[in-house]
Write a protein that binds this ligand. Structure first.
Ligand SMILES: Nc1ncnc2c1ncn2[C@@H]1O[C@H](COP(=O)(O)OP(=O)(O)O)[C@@H](O)[C@H]1O
Ligand SMILES: [Mg+2]
Length: 355
């Protein structure tokens, strides 16, 4: 089944927490609501679940408007950020909870719970209490508990937030696989772009109660539609005045821009390969070099503006103060509600990837 929001508005007093939100998540897809804290992500999930009532607009599940259907009848599973397991109940009883509420038979409950214990990889642990589990294991129990009544839709609110970084990475891969295996339509909330990109089929960027953009991670990354999205996604510093760069003469004066590290490459001045490209290149001086584990991050001063780029450790040694030949492949030029990608016109016809 699919879930859809149509023209949803929600105010808390005079505060607009959701502004004309419309989107659809298709059957079996895993979508992420991504945005800064306070942008309205949890409110959206709660309205879908029926835990919060919208002021206007429709929540539609599989073609049916569910606005007036109470939460417990919507057939939706919910996993909360703080796993919210019942502390005095075993793993078994936690997972069985929803089934007991539904007054299922003893054998049916046992079979379903044991099936889920196995599915989430907690064999032999069903008699444990939450305090006898690691954070990652507890979150698996929360996931199994949400799935137990066979919901049609799974909502997860920052499901990894309380878990330490290394386990979080494992858990999100696990979750993605698990959701694909179960085939359940899912929507999860995160403020962490890396997490959204790693897990979701589609991402919805939420800012101040508005849906700024929805699309596949790569699409959003490559074609940010608004200035907010361009700044929120990827590593980017906003340059105040992108003016006077070679190959970018068409950019209107005085515009703000984003030049991501991957849009920039610095070559040693004696590099023969780039000799023919000098008309397209700027001169830059290295002002900082920091070791990033697998690469070096170079900061270069170019035309009075500071740009960064990553450099493979396999390439020749460079040092602070060295003058380099800097190629800027592209830039995002920002306007109020729009972002335009400009390519370096001097590189037209050059096979950039072969450099
Ligand atoms: N029940 C409520 N009453 C008043 N304001 C609320 C309530 N729930 C959320 N808000 C406000 O709505 C905004 C969005 O909140 P929320 O949806 O929790 O954001 P997010 O999950 O993106 O961090 C916040 O400014 C928050 O303070
Ligand atoms: Mg939230």
């Amino acid at each position: 089944m699919y879930v859809e929001m149509k023209g949803i508005n929600k105010n808390f007093g005079s505060y607009e927490a959701a502004k004309d939100i419309s989107f659809r998540v298709d059957q079996g897809h895993l979508a992420a609501l991504l945005g800064p804290s306070g942008s309205g992500k949890t409110t959206i999930l709660r309205m879908i679940a029926g835990l919060e009532q919208q002021d206007s607009g429709d929540v539609i599940v599989d073609g049916n408007v569910v606005n007036h259907i109470p939460a417990k009848e919507r057939g939706i599973g919910f996993v909360f950020q703080n796993y919210a397991l019942f502390r005095h109940m075993t793993v078994f009883e936690n997972i069985a909870f929803g089934l007991r509420v539904q007054k299922k038979g003893k054998k049916e409950i046992r079979d379903r719970v044991m099936e889920l214990v196995e599915l989430v990889g907690l064999e032999g642990m069903h008699k444990r209490y939450p305090h006898q589990l690691s954070g990652g294991q507890r979150q698996r129990v929360a996931f199994a508990r949400a799935l137990a009544p066979k919901p049609q839709l799974l909502l997860l609110d920052e499901p990894f937030a309380a878990i330490d970084a290394k386990v979080r990475k494992e858990l999100r891969v696990w979750l993605k696989e698990m959701i694909a295996q179960v085939g359940i339509t899912s929507l999860f909330v995160t403020h962490d772009q890396e997490e959204a990109v790693a897990v979701a089929d589609e991402i919805m960027i939420i800012n101040e109660g508005r849906l700024e953009q929805m699309g596949k991670p790569v699409e959003i990354y490559k074609k940010p539609k608004t200035s907010f999205v361009a700044q929120f996604i990827g590593t980017s510093a906003v340059l105040d005045d992108f003016d006077g760069f070679k190959g970018f003469e068409e950019v209107p004066k005085g515009r703000k821009a984003i030049v991501r590290p991957e849009f920039v490459e610095a070559f040693k001045n004696d590099n023969e390969k780039v000799r023919s490209l000098i008309p397209a290149a700027e001169k830059g001086v290295i002002t900082d070099i920091s070791f990033r584990g697998s690469t070096l991050e170079l900061t270069l001063e170019v035309n009075g503006i500071s740009l960064t780029t990553n450099r493979s450790l396999e390439r020749r040694h460079v040092e602070i103060g060295e003058e380099m030949c800097v190629l800027i492949y592209r830039a995002y030029i920002l306007e109020e509600d729009d972002t335009t990608v400009y390519k370096n016109q001097m590189l037209k016809g050059v096979d950039v990837e072969a450099l």
